[in-house]
Ligand binder design. Structure first.
Ligand code: BG6
Length: 480
């Protein structure tokens, strides 16, 4: 027994995203998205972006784990674990195959209606991300993605369609997954759907900083419009932002390191949610724009929209922390979006991501101090290789220990007053990794029989973490 207490209606669950699990990439009228043209890679081989599909090349998101056809079986497993919520995303190109179509694709709309009804059958509350790392491919070709203002209207139309259709079935929405990924060059393609001449790989992308900030601005405006619209369509809708929080410590107590950490934290972690929670660009960012010679267009009408569309809750993904320093000779660690200097007090995952449960508690206080609105941890977890015993069991004690340590810190943050209302660990069922395209970088409590080359039966198996998490939920966090 553990003495941390979670509120009685705490939303325990898990998180997945359409392009990483559904598969059925060109079925029932779905159009291709940015996720469908990325090849497989691994820790040392970057994923390639091929605007035309190549014969004999493996595209892992095309089939993924075939959640599209197997969602009933998967939802039953989530229900068996006792999930109160499931974070899913809607594939925009399943609803509007080209992004700029006049009419939505009925079969796509029906799929999500069926999925949400299936969840409701087990009293699982859907938590729905409107945009999770995929933009209809046609919008890249025709408009250069989010660099164009037209995307704001296309996205708004898509939001209006799904807000109307799923009224009564959904309560919680998230506008953009990890919107702050656009603060870094990696965000060009995966988040901005901008393909620069010469970009071939998911990592090492060409960068146009003005275009990237223009894209981010368009997403801020699109997000604010979506929030306003959601509230108009259904007053029960709650809409949140979602930030990839990479907690950044000063490497030393040298005041210059402290200042650097503060600067990076503000710009990389806090800036985007400052805009989405407070409804305007914060004071400190103007100097950053000036210093980096960043110029893009924003107007008075945009400012009004940002003010009118502030979010109801704050959500974050938290996997790791990094250190920063003015010195540059220290050892480095990796990360999903950004690496940093190695922290001598922390261990790293097999993919070199630094494991830091205490950093989660620090971060929860940090954001709640600032925003004073309900907080959700909508991604967290350990990507690791699993092996199956002869009797079919999977002993993933490393994953249990990662999750347990983070849950304990969340419990403490709640006791200390943070209004944390939800926890959806990432990839509760194994799925395709974003950064590497691998299947064998597994986060799940449910194993999926599929390897990095796409071989396997797709059979689902319960890992030890499945039974462990079930007990955690059953006891509302008391038994860990
Ligand atoms: C987050 C994304 O950045 O990290 C997820 O929102 C992603 O979509 C997750 O899968 C883990 O990253 P990766 O690269 O291990 O899949």
């Amino acid at each position: 027994m553990n003495n941390v207490k979670f509120p009685k209606d705490f939303l325990w669950g898990g998180a997945i995203a359409a392009n990483q699990c559904e598969g059925a990439w060109n079925i029932d009228g779905k159009g291709a998205s940015t996720a469908d043209v990325m090849t497989a890679g691994d820790k040392n081989t970057p994923r390639r972006i091929t605007m035309e599909l190549e014969k004999n090349t493996f595209y892992p998101n095309h089939e993924a784990i075939d959640f599209y056809h197997r969602y009933k079986e998967d939802v039953a497993l989530f229900a068996e674990m006792g999930f109160k919520t499931l974070r899913v995303s809607i594939g925009w190109s399943r609803i509007f195959p080209n992004g700029d179509d006049d009419q939505p694709n009925e079969k796509g709309l029906q799929f999500y209606e069926d999925l949400f009804k299936e969840l409701k059958k087990y009293n699982i509350e859907p938590l729905v991300t409107l945009w999770h790392n995929e933009t209809p491919l046609n919008l890249v070709k025709k408009y250069n993605g989010w660099a164009s203002r037209e995307l704001v209207d296309f996205f708004t139309k898509y939001c209006e369609t799904v807000f109307n259709r799923y009224k009564g079935l959904v309560k919680y929405w998230i506008t953009f997954n990890e919107i702050n990924a656009l603060m870094r060059p990696l965000g060009n393609w995966n988040h901005g759907a901008i393909l620069h001449e010469g970009t071939k790989y998911f990592i090492h992308q060409k960068d146009d900083v003005n275009m990237r900030f223009q894209a981010l601005h368009h997403q801020f405006v699109a997000s604010a419009k979506a929030v306003k619209l959601a509230h108009e369509i259904d007053e029960n809708y709650q809409v949140g932002c979602m930030i990839c929080y990479i907690t950044t410590y000063p490497l030393t107590c040298n005041p210059t390191d402290i200042l650097k950490a503060q600067r990076e934290d503000r710009v990389l972690n806090l800036f985007s949610s400052d805009v989405q929670v407070f409804g305007s660009y914060p004071y400190y960012i103007e100097k950053y724009f000036k210093e980096n010679n960043i110029q893009f267009s924003r107007n008075e009408e945009d400012e009004k929209i940002l003010k009118e569309g502030t979010v109801d809750f704050y959500s974050l993904s938290y996997y790791m922390s990094v250190c920063t320093s003015e010195e540059s000779k220290e050892e480095k660690v990796d990360g999903n979006i950004m690496g940093g200097f190695k922290n001598p007090y922390l261990k790293t995952s097999d993919w070199d991501w630094q494991i830091d449960p205490t950093g989660l508690r620090w971060t929860l206080h940090h954001v709640y101090d600032r925003y004073q609105i309900p907080v959700m941890v909508t991604e967290n977890g350990l990507g690791a290789k699993d092996s199956i015993e002869e009797d079919g069991s999977i002993h993933d004690d490393y994953r249990i220990s990662y999750l347990r340590d983070h849950i304990i810190e969340m419990g403490k943050a709640i006791e200390e007053g943070v209004d944390l209302i939800c926890y959806t660990p990432w990839g509760c069922i194994d799925l395709v990794s974003v950064s590497t395209g691998e299947m064998e970088k597994r986060y799940g409590m449910i194993y999926v029989d599929k390897d990095n080359e796409g071989n396997g039966t797709l059979e689902r198996k319960k890992k030890d973490s499945f039974f462990w998490y079930k007990k955690v939920i059953e006891s509302n966090g008391e038994s860990m």
